[in-house]
Write a protein that binds this ligand. Structure first.
Ligand SMILES: Nc1ncnc2c1ncn2[C@@H]1O[C@H](COP(=O)(O)OP(=O)(O)OP(=O)(O)O)[C@@H](O)[C@H]1O
Length: 240
């Protein structure tokens, strides 16, 4: 993959939900591109459509209008099987609630996506060890989620997202349950991983520290982009 490969592109995407109370336009005419090594932050008040947009670009949901091209595949015309494979192999997910399985150890949690992909045992253990080391948790591999701090649990979730070597990392309020100091450490880790591994990341967050580090910030209101800003820390394209 080249340095600036497009991991996902949403083109004039809309999503309408039909409810007993009528139609809800959760996403309206949103265009967004996330390239390898880029951190895109999506922010906006509660109900502004952040989760809806993340679901669309991650291939968990399909748009009502417009299109999403994820790892080169148009999600509107892809089959359910293709979408499932795309999500498993190309997308890493991190959620506010961590989503770890409580009976499994940290390394077993990280191993789950590789088991689903039927990766051989020897390769699995090498990749799990590498992913846990990348998030600084090698010493905690045998501990269950309840035996880890919130920040450590979120780092396990990040390792689980990374172990598939995704083109796209999707994170929905990843630091929402963490105290500010732990949140800052987790955000540093995410930013470092995005840049070092050249993964495209789209993160829904209110956290000003992450907004500050973003390459692009989209602000949503009632499903529509009301502001789009280029981050101050983006390296100039023609750096000497
Ligand atoms: N499956 C659904 N069916 C009907 N309406 C939905 C559905 N999913 C979301 N909505 C509506 O779409 C709008 C956007 O919701 P969404 O969850 O995307 O917002 P959000 O910005 O992620 O909010 P929060 O910050 O509170 O998580 C809301 O009005 C919500 O009620």
């Amino acid at each position: 993959m080249s340095m600036h490969a497009t991991a996902v592109r949403a083109e004039a995407v809309g999503r309408v939900f039909r409810t007993p109370a009528g139609e809800v336009r959760a996403c309206a005419d949103v265009t967004l591109t996330a390239r390898a090594g880029e951190l895109v932050v999506v922010r906006g008040p509660s109900g502004s459509g952040k989760t809806t947009l993340l679901n669309l670009i991650a291939g968990l949901d399909r748009p009502s209008t417009g299109r999403v091209v994820l790892a080169g595949v148009d999600t509107s015309t892809a089959s359910e099987e293709q979408l499932l494979a795309l999500r498993r192999e190309r997308v890493g997910f991190v959620f506010q609630s961590f989503g770890l399985l409580p009976v499994l150890t940290a390394s077993e949690n990280v191993e789950v996506p590789l088991r689903i992909q039927r990766v051989a045992a020897e390769e699995r253990s090498a990749r799990v060890a590498e992913a846990l080391a990348a998030v600084g948790l090698d010493a905690h591999a045998g501990q269950r989620p309840a035996e880890l701090s919130g920040g450590q649990q979120q780092r396990v979730a990040i390792a689980r997202a990374l172990v598939v070597e995704p083109a796209l990392l999707i994170a929905d309020e990843p630091t929402g349950q963490l105290d500010s100091q732990t949140a800052a450490a987790v955000m540093d880790l995410v930013v470092d991983i995005v840049h070092r591994r050249q993964i495209a990341a789209v993160v829904a967050t209110h956290d000003p520290l992450l907004v500050e580090r973003a390459d692009r910030v989209l602000t949503l209101h009632d499903g529509a982009v009301v502001d789009e800003a280029v981050g101050p820390f983006r390296a100039p394209l023609s750096a000497p």
